[in-house]
Write a protein that binds this ligand. Structure first.
Ligand code: TYM
Length: 329
């Protein structure tokens, strides 16, 4: 069986972009692969977090991932900071990653432009920690949205470089980017990706938004001055809505175009809003039930971390040994 690894940061409630680009696909892989999923709390420290929020959001995200369908009997689900080998391997890999390659990361450039007062070393080395996450579990496939492609390339480069010097230590991972939903766009500026850090809340749908809020945000979605529901170059807003509608309903793009032929944008936006609200309803309901059961959540992430520590510890020890570090006896 191939190994799958992916992670998500506990920086607020995930968006419809996180869901369609990543979270929704994670449970679909558990039948076929050995899946390991992590709430990457260490990554979120690269941007200043309020401690009480971080704690709440981390637990909430564990519940939300379970609500999306991750089954702890089949997959490992754990909190990154519970497995020290992530930070440890990241240090080793830092010494095999060049300043120049990290300087080229577009996410680093974007985030440092956005937070000029806090361009910390962690933010710069973020992709190395991500590489460590993946390489520790000898992952073959990493299901992520399109925005993580460059980080994935770095992880592959660093792993290949390390293997080139020390022999086969790490499996070289492949990004697993969905055909549809890999880049869900902002509802307000459809040339930009949907992001929960957008200052305009109408730009994104949060997984826990109620049906009325979802409907209202879709009705306000920015489109274009034409009136045809067709997927075409230059119609970023409509293309995004068609893509979202197509994923949540399982209809093809031509089917969607046919369904709304001769109808206006108003009808279409309402239909998209209703379909998304309906698709997220079971997630929201299951989440609310799970959150009441803190003991169950603790049991899931505690057992998950125990198993993860065993797997990660083996890879870390192997890397240390190859480097010439003396292992504790
Ligand atoms: P994060 O927490 O920002 O996002 C989690 C996942 O959601 C995807 N995503 C999107 N997909 C489609 N459309 C969008 N608008 C959209 N916005 C976000 C992301 O691509 C991601 O898959 N660096 C990672 C977390 C991470 C990780 C890892 C991932 C840390 N270690 C190891 C994989 C493997 C991140 O910041 O994701």
């Amino acid at each position: 069986k191939k190994n799958v690894f992916s992670g998500i940061q506990p920086t607020g409630i995930p968006t419809l972009g996180n869901y369609l680009g990543a979270m929704r696909n994670w449970p679909l892989l558990q039948e076929e692969y050995h899946c390991i999923y992590s709430v990457v709390d260490l990554h979120s420290l690269t941007v200043r977090q309020e401690p009480a929020n971080l704690r709440r959001q981390t637990l909430s995200l564990v519940a939300l991932l379970l609500a999306c369908g991750i089954n702890p009997e089949k997959s490992l689900l754990f909190i990154q900071s519970h497995v020290p080998a992530h930070a440890e391997l990241a240090w080793l890999l830092n010494c095999y990653t060049q300043f120049g390659e990290l300087s080229r990361m577009t996410q680093f450039k974007d985030k440092s432009a956005k937070h000029p007062d806090n361009i910390n070393a962690g933010l710069f080395c973020y992709p190395v920690l991500m590489a460590a996450d993946i390489l520790l579990y000898q992952a073959d496939l990493v299901p992520v949205g399109a925005d993580q492609k460059q980080h994935m390339e770095l992880a592959r480069d660093v792993a290949g470089r390390f293997n080139g010097i020390y022999g086969d230590v790490f499996r070289i991972p492949e990004p697993y980017i969905p055909k549809d939903g890999a880049r869900v766009m902002s509802l307000q500026e459809p040339a930009k990706k949907m992001s929960k850090s957008d200052e305009n809340p109408n730009a994104y749908i949060l997984l826990l938004d109620d049906a009325d809020t979802i409907l209202r945000k879709f009705r306000r979605a920015v489109t274009d001055s034409e009136a045809e529901v067709v997927c075409r170059e230059g119609k970023d807003g409509i293309n995004n809505l068609i893509s979202i509608y197509s994923i949540v309903t399982g209809k093809t793009v031509p089917e969607v175009e046919h369904e709304f032929a001769g109808k206006g944008y108003g009808d279409f936006k309402t239909a998209v809003g209703e379909a998304v609200a309906e698709a997220l309803r079971p997630v929201r309901e299951t989440y609310a039930d799970l959150l009441k059961n803190k003991d169950y959540l603790a049991d899931v992430y505690t057992k998950g971390a125990e198993k993860a520590r065993a797997i990660a510890g083996r890879t870390y020890a192997k890397a240390c040994k190859k480097l010439g570090l003396v292992l504790p006896q």
